[in-house]
Design a protein around this ligand. Structure first.
Ligand SMILES: Nc1ncnc2c1ncn2[C@@H]1O[C@H](COP(=O)(O)OP(=O)(O)OP(=O)(O)O)[C@@H](O)[C@H]1O
Ligand SMILES: [Mg+2]
Length: 226
């Protein structure tokens, strides 16, 4: 029998105030437990604090108040170096606007995801190739981002987040810029990863997508309302 899933990410009364002017309380006192293997979507209107919340969970942005524990470790006491290392090993982040490096091929862009882990270039490229094959881009390894469609670029961004085999995959509207079919394709990739045991948190405006998630967190003005 399956034992009860353990909490892997715990948000304890976290808040984020942007100084401004005018000051904006983008995230307002959120407490939330994410369990191992969860598939969570974050929904809410534009400006409700979704990206701010995800960036804090992804250790890309500091908290104004509260604490975050990931796998039982209080990340607020970590130094910048420790944070980078922790992020590199544990968290795969997919940005809405891809952030691919224009001068690098698809394969090199994905290999960048392993840059800070002391893995040799040849091995990095080998692993990048494998992950690109997994997302259906095995025949686009040498293409530059500008030679790829939007959906393909997004799949490269997904591959880059996955190449280090992270426990957590965080995605900020990864299907927002895509046509329906490319968007559904990205969603299937994420759902498949979840089946393999990865914990996934994804922001979406797409209610059809949100419905397919086991947990939906709805934000209004930086607060969880459902
Ligand atoms: N760097 C910043 N400095 C000041 N205010 C900011 C900053 N980033 C975001 N905000 C404000 O914080 C609030 C929450 O922004 P956030 O980007 O988290 O919203 P969101 O829910 O992701 O919206 P969207 O769906 O449009 O992406 C917004 O009102 C925004 O104007
Ligand atoms: Mg956003």
């Amino acid at each position: 029998m399956k034992t009860k899933a353990k909490t892997v990410i715990s948000l304890k009364n976290i808040s984020k105030v942007y100084e401004g002017p005018p000051p904006v309380k983008a995230v307002d006192n959120i407490s939330l437990d994410i369990k191992e293997g969860d598939l969570v979507s974050i929904v809410g209107q534009s400006g409700s604090g979704k990206s701010t919340l995800l960036n804090m969970i992804g250790l890309l942005d500091s908290l104004t108040e509260g604490a975050i524990e990931i796998e039982g470790q209080d990340v607020s006491v970590m130094s910048d170096n420790e944070l980078s290392k922790f992020r590199g090993e544990k968290i795969g982040f997919i940005f809405q606007s891809f952030f691919l490096l224009p001068g690098l091929t698809a394969q090199e862009n994905v290999a960048e995801g392993l840059l800070y882990q002391g893995i040799k270039r040849e091995e990095r490229l080998k692993r990048a190739k494998k992950v690109l094959q997994d997302v259906g881009l095995g025949d686009r390894l040498e293409h530059l981002p500008k030679e790829l469609s939007g959906g393909e670029q997004q799949r490269v961004a997904v591959a880059r987040a996955l190449v280090q085999n992270p426990a957590f995959v965080l995605a900020d509207e990864p299907t927002g810029n895509l046509d329906k079919q490319s968007g559904d394709n990205i969603l299937s990739i994420l759902k498949e990863l979840n089946k393999q045991g990865k914990t996934i948190i994804m922001i979406t405006h797409n209610l059809d997508h949100a419905k397919k998630f086991k947990k939906v967190v709805k934000l209004v003005d930086g607060r969880v309302v459902a």
